[in-house]
Design a binder for this molecule. Sequence first.
Ligand SMILES: Cc1ncc(COP(=O)(O)O)c(C=O)c1O
Length: 380
Amino acid sequence: MSHPQGIPLLVPQLPDRLALQPFLDRIDLSRHYSNFGPLVQELEQRLATDYSTHASLPLEVVTVSSATAGLELALSSLELPPGSRVLVPALTFVASLTAILRAGHLPVICDIDPDNWLLTPDIADDCMRESDCQAVIAVATFGQAQDTRAWSAWQQRHGVRVIIDAAAAYGSQWVEAVDIPVVFSMHATKSLAAGEGGFVVTGQPGQRRMIKELSNFGINLSPDTDHPVGHLSYAGTNAKLSEYHAAVGLASLNSWQTQADLRHAVFLQYRETLQQACGDALIWQQGPAPAAPTTFSVRLGSSGRRSKLEQLCAVSRISTRRWYQPLLHQHAAKVGPIVHLPTPTAEAVSADLIGLPFFPMLTRGQMAEVSQHVAMAVTA
Ligand SMILES: Cc1ncc(COP(=O)(O)O)c(C=O)c1O
């Protein structure tokens, strides 16, 4: 029996106005609305404390207006020569690609691991033999954490800088290796949501300062350099997080654990329901279930089954999405230049990958209904 309203793909769940009230009161009182105000500072401090407890050395946090801006500025902070080659996996959101192009570099699009669907250090080793890259953006795809210690060892071995795009991995991705900057999103669809926003976690104070200055037009903010404060140090942009967004981020942080537990529990229950309905027909991303998943993707075993499921879901008004498709290199005709290394695994994964409805309030009835549709598609 299908729901008359159908089942949406995502239902963002941000703090309500009561949860926001104390933070909005503080803004009214301070009359500080942007430009690194007290709420932005508090958010950065709280996040830095959390991340530092999972690392061997203290970590710092700099907020930005989005993860996309964070990726671009983190890349700019590496001060690579223009046109440097940056390795990036084919299966990711377009922002991983646009950040490289907007930073003035050449994306080198590569394959992913067949089990966890990530660009791993081993794959990057192979890619370096084919195309000498000067940086890597490794992605914590669908919230699956990257191994920062392994990337740190890889970075030291190759002398090539690594950035992790963990836009959708808040709560799963920690930063154990302090020499690997990690970028997170606080978009409305993420588990730590500010509406829009992002932040970069880094163990390098110089890098934090540079990203902060780049987010503030490139103006020098530091009195302890030989360049005058208030003068441009770089051609930056305006990517600051406003106090209003920080207010939502702080309120989100207060309720995050409750929401994360719910997301995690729904994710596990959903998986089990699908497994029971479809048995071995489904192929899952390998690795631990993310702490606070924001999407739900599965491979159906063939592109024909996926088309069948899409048809069935359209009739029952169940929303699905082919997450991260087209693959990055398939966008390149409009936005290139790029280098495209062989990507057979990414092509295979993208041929039958489907994103199913997922949100914290997904009911068991809705899980069962989606599962019946998936079962019909995979056994047809
Ligand atoms: C892998 C990845 N990178 C970057 C982004 C962009 O994040 P934002 O919307 O904060 O710019 C997303 C958004 O979902 C993403 O999934």
